[in-house]
Design a protein around this ligand. Structure first.
Ligand code: NAD
Length: 309
């Protein structure tokens, strides 16, 4: 599908960085998808279907899965949650995935990460049929991405590109620095940015002179998984800063023990960077919202391949 664009840019109160609002962009995507699904269903086609596999009881995963299932409901995708005990064996999970692979009524399969430590994440992700791999993490789909062939692409990287497009942030020819080289975020987002004709530098935990490299970036994508690592000295004035990190902090201040709640921050010191950046994504309400929206886009992509068969 064509990802929507907007003319609305959210200025912060003091006129500093403009906020790239992931919730707004995601809602535009969701709206288009709802209409698309309604057209298919009204023409007599079955509904798209997604199965989410959750192993264990990681509280953050529970929140992510709940959001995914609710979004499916909102736009007309059938969804089911398959839960496994935290001690479930590899064999048990692989048998379940093979069954879902063979089920012609299921378009997408998503295994919520992280898996408990005793399970081999790579082997489990690789056992999902590539045409149902809506997280885009199967080596076949990652291969398509790097070959520049359309396919199922990882949701967070795809969401970052969609958010930049939504706000008309120029990418072509720009100097982009990505912090992080994971298969989930860093490597695929670098590949997608390269396809958009950016000049891309990938940094990681062994990179020397990291802050100096980041200061060269027109667009800085931070996916290091290190809480509030990037401060104002890392950012070129006017740069676009995309914060992928998610860290849940226990915040008991002023709340009393019983009312304690989790505060969420990113990999970027938002209040420090905001005054000098040109654009910045908030956490929460930035990249995370786009990740869920792209899962829906991928599920519809898989559905369209399946109903065309
Ligand atoms: P990961 O731990 O697999 O990879 C982190 C990468 O950052 C590694 O390649 C590592 O080399 C690099 N790194 C670590 N410390 C560094 C340092 N001090 N300096 C430079 N590089 C460093 O993490 P991931 O799965 O890629 O996720 C990264 C972050 O993004 C996490 O906070 C995660 O929770 C978040 N995340 C958010 C979304 C979303 O939807 N917003 C989706 C996926 C991941």
């Amino acid at each position: 599908m064509n990802i929507p664009v907007t003319n609305a840019l959210h200025e912060t109160a003091n006129g500093s960085a403009k906020i790239l609002d992931g919730a707004l962009a995601a809602q535009a995507v969701i709206h288009e998808l709802s209409e698309k699904i309604a057209k298919y269903v009204n023409s007599g086609k079955r509904k798209p279907a997604l199965t989410v596999v959750l192993v264990g009881d990681n509280p953050a995963s529970e929140v992510y899965v709940k959001n995914k299932i609710l979004t499916c409901k909102e736009i007309g995708i059938e969804s089911q949650l398959r839960r496994y005990d935290k001690n479930a064996s590899k064999e048990e999970i692989l048998a379940g995935l093979h069954e879902l692979n063979r089920d012609a009524t299921i378009d997408g399969i998503l295994v919520q990460l992280p898996l408990p430590a005793h399970l081999p994440t790579g082997e489990i992700l690789d056992s999902i049929a590539p045409d149902k791999d809506v997280d885009g993490l199967h080596p076949y789909n990652l291969g398509l991405l790097f070959a520049g062939v359309p396919g199922l692409q990882p949701c967070t990287p795809k969401g970052i590109i969609a958010l930049l497009h939504f706000y008309h942030i120029p990418i072509k020819g720009k100097n982009v620095v990505v912090i992080g080289r994971s298969n989930l975020v860093g490597k695929p987002v670098a590949g997608l940015l390269l396809q958009q004709d950016a000049t891309v530098t990938i940094c990681h935990s062994r990179t020397e002179n990291l802050s100096a490299i980041c200061r060269q970036a027109d667009i800085l994508v931070v996916a290091a998984g290190k809480q509030e690592m990037v401060g104002k000295d890392w950012v070129k004035p006017g740069a676009c800063v995309v914060d992928v990190g998610i860290h849940r902090l226990k915040d008991n201040s002023n709340e009393g023990q019983s009312k304690s709640k989790a505060k969420i921050v990113g990999d970027v010191l938002f209040d420090e960077v905001k005054p000098i950046a040109g654009y910045i994504t908030p956490v929460p309400g930035g990249v995370g919202k786009m990740t869920v929206a792209m899962l829906m886009v991928n599920t519809i992509f898989a559905y369209e391949q399946h109903i065309a068969m």
